[in-house]
Ligand binder design. Sequence first.
Ligand code: GTP
Ligand code: MG
Length: 344
Amino acid sequence: DTLDPTSLRTPIVAVLGHVDHGKTSLLDKIRGSAVIEGEAGAITQHIGATAVPLDIISTIAGDLVDPDDFDLPGLLFIDTPGHHSFTTLRSRGGALADIAILVVDVNDGFQPQTLEALDILKRSETPFIVAANKIDTVPGWNPNEDSPINATYDAQSDRVTGRLDESLYTIIGNLSDEGFSADLYWRVQNFQRNVGVVPVSAMTGEGVPDLLAVMMGLSQRYMKAEMEIDVQGPGVGTVLEVKEEKGFGTTIDTVLYDGTIRADDQVVIGGMNDPIVTEVRALLQPRPLAEIRTESRFEKVEEVSAAAGIKVAAPDLADAMAGAPVRVVRNRELEEVVHEVEAE
Ligand code: GTP
Ligand code: MG
């Protein structure tokens, strides 16, 4: 048997939206469902990201996701802050993403950072769907924990679904004003041309199966070719944040989107002036949720494959910049890699 060196990497999903519209709650809900299913260990915590493997997605989504229909390994979700001061972090997250979820509070509707996020998605040509969140707050709502949307719709009175539909059509109208042709996701045929709106509640989990099913379908259908990477190849990524870490000095929180990075790799990183050429001292992953009480917050790992969020400790990172490229040298010419980093 020969091992196939290429495989499909995990698509990167950015979660964007206005402050308090429920981005983190939505990811917490997905993580929490996995914990309830006794699968906490299967979800890996990353720097600024959460990896959810296909079998867990399928467990949460039930009948809506048959794992046999997919060959992508899962989804890597990147949370972003909604507060207005975090524009650069949002645009970095948005630009890195293969696909995105724009979270909109059904009651609050479009807000300044909703529009800003739309702008980022437009400029980076990132396909996205809208999660119309907090449907459980519609007056008179009858909650059905973790239910798919059609089942919970059937359990509501006409008056309640009428109210929700009104909010959803307002969102669809707002999207149209911004130049996006949108509709409720079950009416969308071509998710590249039209934006699907998925009603959800991060609180009750209603619609979360639908959201995961749509994201998997979208990735599988339109992203598959782009997800083919050389898993053994030298890693390529982007710096999300530059941070001081006790015992490690300056570190860079990096999202790796291609290849691998190893604990003994030489790397080139975009710097304030010239590219920084240095050697990895440690690759640090947050400990799993279950081990949160242990003393050290990080676990050293030997190798990470894309897509992943990883903290890199190395000498000489003081001049590293958020948003800058990170490239592993390994068996390549150093000079060539330096030129690539300079050009980015
Ligand atoms: P920032 O990170 O500050 O931009 O906010 P966020 O978008 O991550 O929002 P977050 O998940 O922190 O949620 C904000 C508030 O809304 C919290 O109090 C949540 O409990 C609440 N919330 C989020 N989703 C829902 C939902 O579906 N239903 C209800 N009732 N409350 C929700
Ligand atoms: Mg948040």
